[in-house]
Design a protein around this ligand. Sequence first.
Ligand code: C5P
Length: 302
Amino acid sequence: MRAPAKINLALAVGGVSPDGYHPVATIYQAVDLCDEVRATPQDSPAIDVTVTYDGRSPSETAQVPLHADNLAVRAAALLRERAGVSGGVSLAIRKAIPVSGGMAGGSADGAAALVACDMVWELATPRPTLLRLAAELGSDVPFALLGGTAMGTGRGELVSPVLASGAYYWVLALAATGLSTPAVYAEYDRLHSGFAPPAPQVAPALMAALRAGDTGALGAAMSNDLQDAAISLRPELAHVLAIGEECGALGGLVSGSGPTTVFLAVDEEHALDIALALNGSGACADVVQALGPVGGARPIGG
Ligand code: C5P
């Protein structure tokens, strides 16, 4: 199975709830940067995992865990428990999505593992059940199953498709080291201490721009309430955003909790120009061009 990275075209964040999570209103888009998970059933009850990295290998601290904390392992264990499967599975993950990059790479692995295990264990779990299990695994996992362009509410796990016309050319500027999502949310709380943020809402202008496929209006309407917190923890992100702006990106923002920054280009040629400028600046560790929207977790080659 392969599952896509996400970017947040809008991420509105409310005040922290008693359960420690933040209510959000977000617009996700899946882009054609995908992790792959292959599942091989085994008679022993073990759930094993191996990980290979496509392209640049992350530093040791940024590598994904190879034990029970791995979201793909957690997905297999959860499905097995709920479905009453007795055997184990061997999972082989091939990562292309940056680790701790704010692009839901771990969530993509969780979604791909859910679907892959469902297939090799021949469970035919109904889609709504898979979505519920995905929500138990993490806020962004249901969207990795769904793909496309979607609204996320609750803590991000309640997803519904939204109408988006056309294709969007993105340039992603990757950082050498990741940012922890809880740390960015904690910084958001610190920056908002003393005043409660309003209930999160996505700007109607952004929804209209997506419906019309109006990239200029979309770029102008993109926003991320976690951006200031990510920049506060990683001040150099402001410089990366400024480079994208100088190149005439229609919009640029930190993706999710960062540190990946995303830029919307007019077309493929413009995306290449932005990518070259970012690469040449030395302000980021790597640059990737991506097209969205693409579908959610699906068979490799499917
Ligand atoms: O749901 P997930 O496991 O991806 O969340 C990781 C962490 O990010 C949570 O433990 C929480 O600290 C933070 N988070 C949050 N509000 C959200 C989503 C995530 O505070 N809506």
